[in-house]
Design a binder for this molecule. Structure first.
Ligand SMILES: Cc1cc2nc3c(=O)[nH]c(=O)nc-3n(C[C@H](O)[C@H](O)[C@H](O)COP(=O)(O)OP(=O)(O)OC[C@H]3O[C@@H](n4cnc5c(N)ncnc54)[C@H](O)[C@@H]3O)c2cc1C
Length: 228
């Protein structure tokens, strides 16, 4: 079933609205591809923006961390937060310095996170967080003890108010600049992983699982030769 678009007055893209998308399929695809988000919150009138990992499960975004984390305590404090997720797809080199740009897909989410206190949901959130980073890792790892569960705070944010903004394609030089003898185009940027490095204390005989040897970040990036 098609999900309700996440547009709201607060998430209405004003600058370059033609690059905006509020469709949950587009938003979810970016959330599922990226690994980190930045959470913006205010403590004693000072704004902070902290990087952290996250996972999406259906219509909910989960973040976790230490119960004494200022970020998590502030985010659970009953005020709205802003969460951003960014994927960098390319460096756009125009003839003029002014028209240099970046190709990207980004999501901005606003809402009021809530503490997850129920054990079953907390476990499901842990699994989502682990499998978001390395699919298959949860089943292959030792599960959290009750003590470890208590030592971790989990917050949930409903994906209700969000926007996504995308830039793709080449530089947008004014026609007067196109004849200049300056290279113009795009340097694509992708996320790549290296070969796994075994832990120094790994007992002999522990084999590298296929989900690690075949590990790749998902990429739904579509490149187009011309500007959109
Ligand atoms: C990798 C990258 C590099 C960028 N570089 C620059 C730069 O150098 N200079 C610059 O001015 N801008 C840059 N941007 C665009 C920037 O994110 C803003 O979209 C832009 O500055 C307009 O901001 P605003 O507050 O005026 O947006 P408005 O359009 O007023 O924002 C209104 C609402 O639109 C939504 N929105 C705005 N921007 C985004 C976004 N990027 N993704 C998802 N939703 C969004 C939010 O919900 C926001 O509340 C870059 C973006 C990315 C991802």
């Amino acid at each position: 079933m098609r999900k309700r678009p996440a547009a709201s007055p607060r998430t209405q893209v004003r600058r370059h609205p033609e690059r905006a998308d509020y469709d949950r399929t587009s938003i979810d695809a970016i959330l599922d591809e990226a690994l980190i988000c930045h959470i913006g919150f205010v403590v004693e009138e000072v704004p902070w923006v902290m990087p952290t990992m996250y996972a999406r499960m259906g219509d909910i975004l989960y973040v976790h961390g230490s119960p004494v984390s200022r970020m998590l305590r502030a985010a659970a404090g009953g005020a709205d937060v802003c969460i951003t997720v960014t994927l960098l797809d390319g460096l756009v080199l125009a003839r003029s310095v002014f028209h240099h740009s970046m190709n990207y897909r980004s999501v901005v989410l606003v809402g009021r996170p809530q503490d997850v206190t129920e054990t079953e949901e907390k476990m499901a959130a842990f699994k989502a967080l682990v499998d978001h980073v390395v699919p298959g890792r949860w089943e292959d790892s030792r599960q959290p003890t009750t003590k470890e569960l208590k030592a971790t705070k989990v917050l949930r944010l409903d994906i209700r108010e969000a926007s996504c903004k995308l830039r793709s394609g080449g530089p947008e030089d004014p026609s007067a600049d196109v004849e200049l003898p300056i290279w113009a185009g795009v340097i694509p940027v992708t996320n790549q992983v290296g070969d796994p490095i075994p832990s120094l204390d790994l007992p002999s005989g522990v084999e590298l699982p296929a989900y690690i040897s075949h590990y790749r970040r998902p990429s739904r990036l579509q490149r187009t030769p011309s500007s959109e």
